[in-house]
Design a protein around this ligand. Structure first.
Ligand code: G
Ligand code: G
Ligand code: G
Ligand code: MN
Ligand code: NA
Length: 257
């Protein structure tokens, strides 16, 4: 309850911040985008992770305001990097169920793009597999609206839900994200290796890219690349970091090119 009270003040008192985690192409190693991940710097409890406070924000109806703020921050950051002469980066933003269901979502995304001047083609929204499978028809309709604006969509935490190939085919998505629970034990689990391979071929069957999240070791990276995975995200490349550290990585990448 105390946490809930605190959350109400967090936005107004500037306690939220956004970190960014790079995503790279597996074949070239080049960073092509980042995922925005919100954090709460609590005055007494220190840094609170989103898996604690995002569900809380969903329950108390604050997810709209918080999600909106993250979306605006992320779009402004991507635009600022572009203006600074850095290579164009895809900016991925997580959208939770209640945020996705909100009738104002499409307008809010449009506002964040117009407000920042970011091209729609540089924005991607990550929605979870469980979210879109609750009501396939409604999810497809909303995703088509976003697609028409030029915004890309990806399915997060893929493999943890129960999507059928026939329903997946209806979604206008450009990327599947292999959930990190399958990546973690790639070295020791033949089952997880089989699941990862199956998701990679499913993605390619659907003609979409596939990214593995939670890549921590060189062995995991090598397995994924050998098996045709397109992209990676994880501590092996970088933890979620402040924008300045993303800039440093990009400058380094430009210097090496
Ligand atoms: O770093 P990590 O602990 O950031 O994130 C934990 C979970 O919180 C992830 O499932 C992630 O999708 C979610 N998350 C992080 N940032 C946001 C956000 O801005 N909005 C929503 N809805 N979820 C987020
Ligand atoms: O080649 P092109 O840029 O048109 O491919 C678009 C996407 O289609 C790629 O990002 C890739 O994920 C996917 N794709 C479809 N078929 C295959 C395939 O057989 N192998 C690979 N690696 N990707 C494929
Ligand atoms: O939205 P999503 O559930 O995909 O959020 C990504 C989550 O995964 C965040 O909590 C992020 O901090 C975390 N993460 C990113 N890279 C790694 C990694 O290499 N290992 C682990 N264990 N977690 C990671
Ligand atoms: Mn995500
Ligand atoms: Na995920």
């Amino acid at each position: 309850l105390a946490l809930l009270d605190g959350l109400r003040k967090a936005l107004a008192e500037n306690q939220l911040l956004v970190e960014y985690q790079p995503k790279a192409d597996l074949a070239s190693g080049l960073i092509f985008g980042v995922e925005a991940l919100v954090r709460w710097r609590h005055p007494e409890r220190g840094l609170i992770r989103p898996d604690i406070f995002i569900p809380l924000a969903e329950e108390c109806g604050m997810i709209g305001a918080i999600g909106d703020w993250v979306l605006q921050q992320a779009c402004q950051q991507a635009r600022a990097w572009q203006m600074a002469g850095l290579p164009p980066m895809t900016m991925s933003v997580n959208v939770s169920p209640r945020q996705f269901d909100d009738l104002r979502l499409v307008a809010r995304v449009a506002d964040a793009l117009h407000g920042s001047g970011l091209a729609a083609g540089l924005l991607e929204l990550e929605v979870t597999e469980s979210l879109i499978m609750r009501d396939v028809g409604q999810a497809v309709a909303k995703m088509r609206e976003l697609e028409a604006m030029g915004v890309a969509l990806s399915i997060d935490d893929f493999g943890t839900g129960y999507s059928s190939l026939s329903s997946l085919k209806r979604f206008p998505i450009s990327r599947l994200k292999i959930d990190k629970s399958f990546v973690r034990d790639l070295d020791s689990s033949a089952d997880d290796r089989a699941i990862a391979r199956a998701i990679i071929s499913l993605a390619h069957e659907l003609d979409v890219r596939v990214i593995a999240e939670g890549v921590e070791t060189e062995q995991q990276r090598a397995f994924l690349q050998t098996n045709g995975c397109d992209e990676m995200q994880g501590y092996l490349l970088s933890r979620p970091v402040a924008p300045q550290q993303i800039e440093a990585l990009l400058v380094q990448q430009m210097a090496a090119a």
